[in-house]
Design a protein around this ligand. Structure first.
Ligand SMILES: CC(C)(COP(=O)(O)OP(=O)(O)OC[C@H]1O[C@@H](n2cnc3c(N)ncnc32)[C@H](O)[C@@H]1OP(=O)(O)O)[C@@H](O)C(=O)NCCC(=O)NCCS
Length: 419
């Protein structure tokens, strides 16, 4: 089957991702234990082909009396806990669990280092609930936090349908407790608690392929501090390039090139939200922010979230850029223990080009000491990658919907960034 024929069979799918998922499914078909857990969940299988006609919930909403009342059992040496992130000690405990055990790259050179201030922001949007910050502790006297999973409420629009969902994030199990099937218990427990609140759909992302991605995005990277990036092994010198030529290649002006670009402040929240909300409706999967949610996610917080706007003479916000701070620990590097990365969040350009807006985002990130600016190839990001010297990385991010069947989307159809 050539690519054109393939496309005909998947009118709304992306041929590339559909093909990739099928290859992975074929590769796995020999193993009878493949996806022992996920095959029991309301998610499409990797082999399945979805047409628009079948899109919607995989299983119906449960009646409250059909939702399990008690938490799922844990092995006797463990107990459930609700992490109280408003208590600085417990927030620090969560920070330490993730700092030592959360996502690493394939070569185990870098590990995400979400700061405590970031976690506080990420886990406490309007409508947050303490019982959705689920931890597992050892039952011994040390009562050590050894696993975590979280949900936050979110309103998501999928192909024109607005749904109350949760975003699942920060699933983490201590390295010493891996491969013991604890992750399925955490996932089932968060699902139970979310179901109890009358919510039956979720969105989440993962680097790995599970049944079944709704989209597959790629990370792109723009060097801001090429010397450090090369020294820590994040980037390599290009062929026929010297360090000084590389430094010159990525040099940026000291100051922004746009007049009027200013940090988002409370008086402009309403107008900025209006701008972003309008913009996001052009995508097939996007998040819908209430004004309260927009304030939470976009008002600048030092070392967490950065947001800048342009406004016209009437005070109407016309353009917006935002990025969040997520460092990584450089594993086994004493000289540079941390890599400071800015991650593109949501950007809208109406009076200037998106490219010039993002050029200024790079300058602002550089001014604030970031080493690299990362972005996924979603929304319109691909349009500025080449001109602004972003390069594709080896990391991919898969988007998933729980209990919602949907044909695959291309990255450019996504208007949703999860932290
Ligand atoms: C992800 C993590 C919690 C999985 O725990 P584990 O001990 O490796 O796996 P377990 O034995 O408990 O469970 C295995 C099941 O969990 C699933 N699983 C693994 N990673 C998963 C993920 N990121 N999201 C959802 N399910 C996942 C597996 O597919 C498997 O189910 P299957 O048999 O249906 O395929 C653990 O590896 C970890 O903490 N990794 C570092 C942090 C991380 O990557 N977090 C996820 C961010 S998306």
């Amino acid at each position: 089957m050539n690519e054109k024929e393939e496309e005909k069979h998947q009118p709304n799918g992306t041929p590339e991702i559909t093909q990739l998922i099928r290859q992975l499914a074929i590769g796995s078909s020999n193993s009878s234990v493949r996806h022992q857990f996920w095959s029991t969940q309301p998610v499409p299988s990797l082999e399945e082909q979805t047409t628009d006609a079948e899109e919607g919930p995989i299983e119906p909403d449960k009646d409250p009396e059909d939702i399990r009342k008690e938490p799922y059992p844990l092995l006797p040496q463990f107990e459930w806990t609700e992490c109280d992130i408003e208590n600085p000690k417990e927030l620090e405990e969560l920070y330490r669990l993730l700092n030592a055990n959360y996502v690493e790259d394939d070569d185990a050179m870098f590990r995400f280092d979400y700061s405590a201030a970031f976690l506080y922001w990420a886990l406490k949007p309007p409508g947050w609930r303490k019982d959705w910050h689920i931890g597992v502790r050892t039952g011994s006297s040390s009562r050590r936090l050894v696993a975590f999973i979280s949900a936050i409420p979110s309103t998501i629009c999928i192909k024109g349908k607005l749904l109350k969902m949760v975003e699942i994030n920060f699933l983490c199990i201590h390295k010493k407790l891996r491969n013991k099937r604890l992750a399925p218990v955490l996932i089932k427990e968060i699902t139970r608690r979310v179901n109890q609140a009358g919510i039956f759909q979720a969105v989440y992302t993962a680097g790995i392929v599970l049944p079944r991605p709704v989209a597959r995005c790629r990370y792109y990277h723009r060097s801001l501090n090429p010397k450090k990036l090369i020294q820590v092994g994040f980037s390599r010198l290009g062929p026929r390039m010297t360090l000084s030529r590389t430094i010159r290649l990525y040099a940026l002006p000291q100051d922004i090139t746009m007049t009027g670009l200013e940090p988002l402040s409370p008086p402009y929240v309403s107008s900025a939200r209006e701008l972003l909300s309008q913009y996001l409706t052009r995508f097939r999967l996007y998040v819908s922010f209430s004004e309260e949610e927009f304030s939470h996610w976009f008002l600048p917080r030092e070392n967490v979230i950065y947001c800048y706007i342009l406004k016209n003479e009437q005070g109407v916000v016309t353009d917006l850029i935002s990025f969040y701070e997520l460092s990584s620990t450089v594993i086994q590097n004493d000289k540079y223990p941390k890599l400071r990365a800015a991650y593109s969040f949501y950007n809208v350009a109406t009076t200037v080009s998106l490219e010039s807006l993002m050029y200024n985002a790079l300058i602002l990130a550089k001014q604030q000491g970031f080493d690299v600016f990362n972005a996924l190839d979603l929304m319109e990001n691909e349009t500025f990658f080449k001109a602004l010297k972003f390069h594709p990385g080896d990391g991919f991010l898969h988007y998933y919907l729980y209990n919602w069947r949907c044909s695959t989307l291309s990255p450019a159809e996504l208007g949703l960034v999860l932290l």
